[in-house]
Write a protein that binds this ligand. Structure first.
Ligand code: FES
Ligand SMILES: [Fe+2]
Length: 379
């Protein structure tokens, strides 16, 4: 049982503030993992493009004519200009570089380069078109979450996610309908954002709107499928959304009785966070920007048919209100962790098991990289 898990001292504050630690993460941790970058919801139509930065990489998430989502480096193959910097819909079906107007198809293939051969104005040859396409990253889509593996060496995504896919199968992914999404800029280390999501204890204090007494919270159970897939489960009565209790939203129809009134909250290490309840899925993909800055896509889903516009807006507003409470808290924690005494903290044996698992996994990754996550002697 999780309560018997070995208690470790919390990560040193350096892990949350040091540019050097962040650099090691960018070189050794993120490239080897399956990290999420956003959700399919942000690129719903062919030609939709979502540029983003994650772990020092400038990327383009693109919905193709075939409705497939591909992820490319945001790097023109001529002289390296980024193709796009803002989300947009390319109705032309082309991604055109602003520098010398090379254009690429939505599947990444080079299409045209004006005056490629200068005087005779020939287009690039077929061979050149194939060789000078955008560089695509290995990617996967699961429950509408867009994952990438930067070094191309991770286990197949299907194998990686299989235990959680099986666990969440009663919340049928085929039924998911987008409710809405929002981008957040958070002045806090990505690990604080992830740890907060799997911290059940903060719920009644940071989100009093969710509180229906402590009893359901006391029934929280830690869950762990393996070193990369862990979180907690709690009775649903706890998390009902104020003001929309009487909505007639659809529920996942295949939930067995023992799952029909629970909320499951999972971290897919390192940066993907997912919550499912009988009538809802929420996802956060945390994109590390620096040691002290993160961005995230926050996305909300319903099973089955969409609800009325009024109800949709009400539900989204409430979810986002809760997320903004977390953002305020996280942005206050970041500078506190930078104080010399910021390391004198203690995980709680009764509550912080999921956070402890997250930190244990981070330490394992640092150890594997030959970095133990401890601060330099001068710190
Ligand atoms: S850098 Fe893109 S066309 Fe020259
Ligand atoms: Fe929270």
């Amino acid at each position: 049982m999780a309560r018997e898990q070995e208690q470790l001292p919390p990560l040193h504050g350096n892990a949350y503030r040091s540019p050097e630690a962040y650099e090691v993460e960018c070189e050794q941790l993120f490239p080897k993992a399956w990290i999420s970058v956003t959700t399919g919801m942000v690129v719903p139509e062919p030609g939709d493009v979502f540029p983003c930065t994650v772990a020092g990489l400038s990327l383009l998430v693109v919905r193709g004519r075939d409705h497939e989502i591909r992820v490319f480096y945001n790097l023109c193959r001529h002289r390296g200009a980024p193709l796009l910097t803002e989300p947009c819909r390319q109705t032309s079906g082309l991604l055109t570089c602003p520098y010398h107007a090379w254009s690429y198809r939505l599947d990444g293939q080079l299409y045209k380069a004006p005056h490629f051969d200068r005087l005779d104005a020939q287009a690039p040859t077929t061979k050149e078109q194939q060789e000078l396409g955008l560089i695509q990253l290995r990617s996967a889509l699961w429950r509408d979450i867009v994952f990438i593996n930067i070094d191309g060496q991770a286990d197949p995504f299907e194998a990686f996610i299989a235990p959680l896919d099986a666990r969440l199968s009663p919340w049928s992914a085929e039924l998911l309908q987008p409710l809405g999404s929002k981008e957040y800029d958070i002045q806090a280390n990505w690990k604080l954002v992830a740890e907060n999501f799997i911290d059940a204890w903060h719920l009644p204090f940071v989100h009093p709107e969710l509180t229906r007494g402590m009893a359901p919270l006391l029934a929280v159970e830690d869950v762990c499928l393996n070193a990369d897939l862990f979180g907690f489960v709690m009775p649903q009565g706890y998390g009902e959304r104020s003001g929309v209790e009487h909505r007639a939203t659809p529920v996942f129809p295949d939930l067995p009785p023992e799952r029909s009134a629970t909320i499951e909250v999972w971290c897919i290490f390192p940066n993907t966070l997912i919550l499912v309840e009988p009538d809802n899925q929420q996802v956060i993909t945390v994109r590390p920007q620096s040691a002290t800055h993160s961005q995230e896509t926050f996305a909300d889903y319903l099973p089955g048919a969409p609800v009325s516009e009024t109800e949709r807006e009400s539900m989204l507003a409430f979810s986002q209100h809760i997320n903004e409470q977390d953002k305020r808290l996280l942005e206050a924690m970041q500078p506190a962790r930078a104080m010399p005494v910021g390391d004198q903290t203690q995980l709680n044996r009764s509550w912080d098991q999921a956070v402890s698992r997250f930190q244990l996994r981070w330490r394992q990754c640092m150890d594997a990289a030959g970095k133990d996550g401890t601060p330099p002697a001068s710190d």
